[in-house]
Design a protein around this ligand. Structure first.
Ligand SMILES: [Zn+2]
Length: 95
């Protein structure tokens, strides 16, 4: 019971940390195509990311600034909750 509570706390902390980290790994398309408006999660991508070689892996801060004209948005199909958790876990492990 206590273990479960502890795990939930760690899980929550990981999501919190990862979700607001500017270093969250993201993918920005580098192949020709429609104008870029979004970026994807690198850790929990949606089905539109089939070949990671078509994307540049950058931090979320950089991903937002990938267009000279406007800020890119998060893809709504990617699993950002999972991405936050994975990245948060990474941050917790590194500290
Ligand atoms: Zn996506």
């Amino acid at each position: 019971m206590q273990m479960a509570t502890k795990l939930r706390e760690v899980d929550h902390e990981a999501r919190r940390l990862g979700g607001r980290s500017a270093s969250l790994p993201c993918l920005v398309r580098i192949t020709p195509g429609p104008i870029l408006t979004i970026y994807h999660s690198a850790d929990a991508p949606c089905g539109r990311v089939q070949y990671t070689s078509n994307f540049r892996r950058v931090t979320e801060a950089k991903a937002k600034d990938s267009s000279p004209y406007f800020r890119l948005e998060r893809c709504t199909a990617c699993h950002w909750g999972n991405a936050a958790k994975i990245h948060g876990q990474r941050l917790l492990n590194d500290s």
